[in-house]
Design a protein around this ligand. Sequence first.
Ligand code: SAM
Length: 233
Amino acid sequence: MSPKEWQYDELQQTGVDYTTFEEVQRYDSRMQKLRNIKAEINSLIEFVSPTKESRILEIGTGTGDFAIALSQLSRHVLAVDASRVMLEYAGRKAIEKEAGNIEFCHSGFLTFDESQGPFDIIFSQLALHHLPDFWKSIALKKINNALKPGGKFFLKDVIYPAGIVDFESFFESIIKGVKNTSSAELAKEYIIHIREEFSTLDWIMEALLKKAGFSILEINVENEIIYNYLCSS
Ligand SMILES: C[S@@+](CC[C@H](N)C(=O)[O-])C[C@H]1O[C@@H](n2cnc3c(N)ncnc32)[C@H](O)[C@@H]1O
């Protein structure tokens, strides 16, 4: 079926540009330095408990580390992303790590192939904010439909706490903190995120998840704005 004219074009790039190999390479080396990817993988595994039989979908896989790690513990992983360059980069990593049961596909939250499901586990990290809120709600319903009954959905994203009264000082202090503790380059990325991407408020995200049919099992917040939601369908 051809896409409707009013359909949000999620494969166009919004915010930080991941359409060149150099940008993706820079993103990967920054993330490897900044994040403890191994620890994040372990906590993701604890959250979603994959088994050798699990069929898994990751949306917004980026450079593929999480999809590759989970493919080693499960039957099959479908990893989708809106950036062809990210997918090519992740695909090379998968070959290096001899991950054979992983499939990369150029699609996204609104366009992934549901017929490849139902999935036992779906997860998405730091990617849903690329969609405006209305389209987030459509995406979350599609994710809920693609899960087996009782299947797990793990969502990590940048979310703004509604309790903040003065957002101007809040953002300024976050940007200053990133500049001091990390780099000016990352601070620039935060600025683009706040200005151009669609991170939403905590109560909106909770309502969107519930309206889409999820039960929220757990919410953890890291560094004030990184929210982790563990849900079941
Ligand atoms: C900040 S990166 C996060 C990558 C990875 N999940 C991680 O945790 O490192 C955001 C990713 O989402 C992808 N993306 C943007 N819009 C998307 C969409 N509508 N559907 C799927 N992926 C999308 C980008 O191409 C990029 O790879």
